[in-house]
Design a protein around this ligand. Structure first.
Ligand SMILES: [Zn+2]
Length: 161
């Protein structure tokens, strides 16, 4: 099978995608038989185009959003971990869990120390100089100084403590 023959198995859409007319597996072009061997159609197209299969650990992916596309020009290689990263959308629960974890890990600051930080920043000290003294990152200092964290909730916040 050559690329011409592969293309003949597809209809070309307005994006130039070669939409596979053969059988699909999970929306992807299915397997094809060449010389008694079975290949994933996409992988085989890659081999035809580049003269060799993708290196070990690399997988053929598509730049276009059509999973059934077999156009070699729409293909590129990704590693398994890139694919996993791209497809992993953080669920709300996992976001909440990580926020909870951060909270559990983070209470290095108190309102008292936040006020100190704001005073020091106000006196012209850099965030980079302040951060190590409190065991927090510069971004945290930034948040405190900008009242994004450890904000004074009301003028009486201090009195209630
Ligand atoms: Zn395509």
């Amino acid at each position: 099978m050559n690329l011409e023959q592969i293309r003949a198995c597809c209809h070309v859409d307005s994006n130039g995608c070669w939409r596979w007319d053969g059988s699909l597996i999970a929306g992807h072009p299915g397997n094809i038989w060449v010389d008694g061997k079975q290949y994933s159609a996409r992988r085989y197209v890659w081999m035809l185009k580049h003269g060799q299969p993708p290196p070990a650990g690399w997988f053929v992916s598509l730049k276009c959003c059509h999973a059934d596309c077999a156009n070699p020009r729409h293909m590129y290689l990704r590693t398994k971990s890139q694919i996993t990263l791209a497809s992993r959308k953080p669920s709300l629960e996992s976001l909440m869990r990580s926020t909870a974890k951060q909270r559990a890990r983070a209470p290095k600051l108190t309102m008292e120390r936040a006020r100190e930080i704001r005073a020091r920043a106000g006196a012209g000290e850099t965030y980079a100089a302040i951060a190590p003294d409190y065991g927090v990152c510069i971004a945290m200092i930034c948040r405190v100084v900008r009242d994004k964290a450890w904000r004074e909730s009301s003028p009486w916040a201090g009195l209630r403590r």
